[in-house]
Design a protein around this ligand. Structure first.
Ligand SMILES: *[C@@H]1O[C@H](CO)[C@@H](O)[C@H](O)[C@H]1NC(C)=O
Ligand SMILES: *[C@@H]1O[C@H](CO)[C@@H](O)[C@H](O)[C@H]1NC(C)=O
Ligand SMILES: *[C@@H]1O[C@H](CO)[C@@H](O)[C@H](O)[C@H]1NC(C)=O
Ligand SMILES: *[C@@H]1O[C@H](CO)[C@@H](O)[C@H](O)[C@H]1NC(C)=O
Ligand SMILES: *[C@@H]1O[C@H](CO)[C@@H](O)[C@H](O)[C@H]1NC(C)=O
Ligand SMILES: *[C@@H]1O[C@H](CO)[C@@H](O)[C@H](O)[C@H]1NC(C)=O
Ligand SMILES: *[C@@H]1O[C@H](CO)[C@@H](O)[C@H](O)[C@H]1NC(C)=O
Ligand SMILES: *[C@@H]1O[C@H](CO)[C@@H](O)[C@H](O)[C@H]1NC(C)=O
Ligand SMILES: *[C@@H]1O[C@H](CO)[C@@H](O)[C@H](O)[C@H]1NC(C)=O
Ligand SMILES: *[C@@H]1O[C@H](CO)[C@@H](O)[C@H](O)[C@H]1NC(C)=O
Length: 478
């Protein structure tokens, strides 16, 4: 049935168009928000506008009937919920961002939804036909601390080994050097930040929180105490230091477990795109909202910093990356085979409406269009897609991991390197620690079916494992 709908919809596409986008996975950061240092964090009006216009750009790209590369069979004006999977962690800022993005993707359809009653009265749905598109919540465990309210990166991930790894950064010589060299700099900014940060906290350990606090103020505050201290040079220095700090927590080429968020995202992207293909386009659009740390971890794993050091920087508000399934095969005779399908990666470092997404080659390769099979094998070098693998590389044996470890692949002890049937090879560090925030992606499969009547992605036991693991994570501020 789905493929029949697919074929029918193709008839409507211009035949001259060689390339067809069959589906897309979009991962986006939230828009402008209040500072993490002043929790609870909220999306601002400016932030809502950023993600809304970003959604509008994607609409013009893939959804609208006059889109540049309309995805076949995708509903054009009225969202068909079975075609979309949208997720975001249980977090004000991320949930609201996803909602605003969806309003750009499928704006109110007033005139289309206006209906005439038997007595000839015309009725338009509330809010001009606002479309109610559910955003499935990703359980971000560590309960009290939702991701945008927590200044720390690795946190609620519940992945013990990743926590240990990120903590290791804080005792690395690189960190200590930066800490010592920047101490005077941060102390000199106390007149600007002392209503929120004590002298004890004015150092490199809080590089991101301090940058974030000042950056938000430069966007929103009419008056900033001692603002004369904030020269362009100082603002740049704050940003550079924050970037160094966050990158250090998110990725280390010789310790890939640190990038667990990127590994989990890779697993989700693979599964989602594969579902689009095996379902012959029944569910072509996947959207997930998450934190900048997920971008950083993924960028590191996908070797994007080999193209530019810029990829080691924290991405801008409303930044997004998109994985497109593309084909040059004629789609009028049926859904293309995987041999004819390629993947293209795009990134926009801000609202897609302001910064047009650009293609970049992944995995240190030169091609920006990779055959599906190549994409899969490259992603599988670091993707984590199921519970036993996650439990094993994270060194978690409690909660749902208890059952998964008793059924198999565990048994590795500290500092061994193990390999799963999936081709995942990550060093296992062992030890138990507690740290920071990455809640985000890990729970992504833990979909809570908020509204009834939806058929969405299949529930994976990974979710349960993660939720359980998250519950066990401490959240020390290392
Ligand atoms: C965020 O919104 C909540 C609820 O309206 C409010 O209590 C809180 O002060 C806001 N946070 C900031 C930083 O404005
Ligand atoms: C038409 O029907 C609707 C729904 O029953 C009702 O609310 C409305 O008042 C009716 N309009 C007229 C002009 O009778
Ligand atoms: C990266 O990991 C290696 C090996 O664990 C370690 O020697 C190095 O200090 C780490 N670098 C940072 C910046 O954490
Ligand atoms: C913050 O610094 C300013 C300028 O040095 C000083 O006047 C003020 O008392 C300080 N405020 C706090 C809360 O320490
Ligand atoms: C900006 O304004 C907010 C709200 O008034 C305040 O809490 C915050 O401390 C200010 N930030 C700076 C750097 O002055
Ligand atoms: C500081 O940067 C802003 C925005 O980039 C620019 O408009 C301004 O001229 C710069 N100021 C100085 C003193 O360079
Ligand atoms: C795609 O899904 C099919 C059917 O579930 C499965 O057999 C195949 O291994 C999957 N391929 C990838 C690359 O995940
Ligand atoms: C995105 O923008 C931020 C902020 O300007 C910058 O630090 C970062 O390097 C940029 N990333 C890329 C990939 O361009
Ligand atoms: C389709 O063909 C064009 C022109 O040869 C090429 O640039 C593009 O990469 C191809 N796309 C795919 C998905 O193979
Ligand atoms: C792992 O270490 C524990 C405690 O050191 C030991 O009892 C157990 O036998 C080890 N397991 C394997 C598979 O080596």
């Amino acid at each position: 049935m789905a493929s029949k709908a697919f074929l029918l919809s193709l008839a409507a596409l211009p035949l001259s168009k060689a390339e067809t986008v069959l589906g897309v996975y979009i991962f986006s950061r939230h828009g402008d928000r209040t500072p993490k240092a002043l929790a609870p964090t909220n999306l601002t009006s400016l932030g809502a506008e950023q993600v809304y216009t970003s959604g509008g750009w994607y609409r013009d790209q893939y959804v609208a009937s006059d889109a540049s590369t309309p995805i076949p069979a995708l509903s054009r004006d009225i969202a068909a919920l079975t075609q979309l999977t949208v997720t975001a962690p249980v977090d004000n800022v991320l949930q609201n961002s996803a909602q605003a993005f969806l309003q750009g993707l499928y704006p109110p359809a007033g005139s289309i939804t206006t209906q005439e009653l038997r007595n000839e009265t015309e009725v338009t749905a509330p809010l001009g036909g606002y479309q109610y598109i559910p955003v499935n919540a990703v359980e971000s465990a560590a309960s009290s601390k939702s991701s945008e309210n927590n200044p720390w990166l690795q946190g609620g991930s519940g992945c013990d080994n990743a926590v240990v790894s990120s903590n290791n950064y804080l005792s690395s010589s690189e960190y200590k050097t930066y800490y010592a060299d920047s101490l005077d700099f941060y102390q000199s900014l106390l007149p600007v930040i002392n209503s929120t940060f004590t002298a004890d906290a004015a150092n490199f350990k809080n590089a991101y929180s301090i940058y974030d606090y000042i950056n938000v103020a430069t966007i929103h505050n009419q008056t900033i105490p001692s603002s004369d201290l904030l020269t362009n040079e100082t603002l740049l220095e704050l940003k550079v230091l924050a970037n160094v700090h966050e990158w250090g927590l998110a990725y280390n080429s010789s310790d890939e477990i640190r990038a667990i968020a990127g590994s989990t995202l890779a697993g989700q992207v693979l599964e989602a795109l594969n579902d689009t293909i095996t379902g012959k386009g029944k569910q072509p659009v996947h959207i997930q909202f998450g934190a900048y740390a997920v971008f950083s971890s993924f960028f590191g794993l996908a070797k994007l910093p080999s193209i530019s050091d810029d990829f080691t920087g924290v991405v801008g508000y409303a930044a997004s990356m998109a994985f497109e399934l593309v084909t040059n095969a004629s789609v009028s005779s049926g859904y293309p085979t995987t041999d004819d399908i390629s993947v293209r990666f795009l990134f926009s470092n801000g609202s897609a409406a302001d910064v047009t997404p650009t293609t970049y080659p992944l995995f240190g390769q030169s091609e920006t269009t990779l055959p599906w099979t190549t994409f899969v094998s490259e992603m599988n070098k670091f993707a984590i897609g199921d519970t036993p693998d996650w439990c094993r590389v994270c060194g978690v044996t409690t909660g749902s991991c208890a059952s998964s470890s008793s059924t198999g692949s565990s048994g590795d002890n500290a500092s061994t390197t193990s390999k799963s049937g999936n081709g995942i090879s990550l060093p296992v560090a062992g030890v138990i620690g507690a740290l920071v925030t990455l809640a985000v992606v890990l729970g992504a499969e833990a979909l809570i079916y908020v509204l009834s009547g939806l058929t969405l992605t299949k529930k994976s036991t990974l979710a349960a494992a993660q939720a359980a693991a998250n519950g066990a994570s401490g959240g020390s501020k290392a």
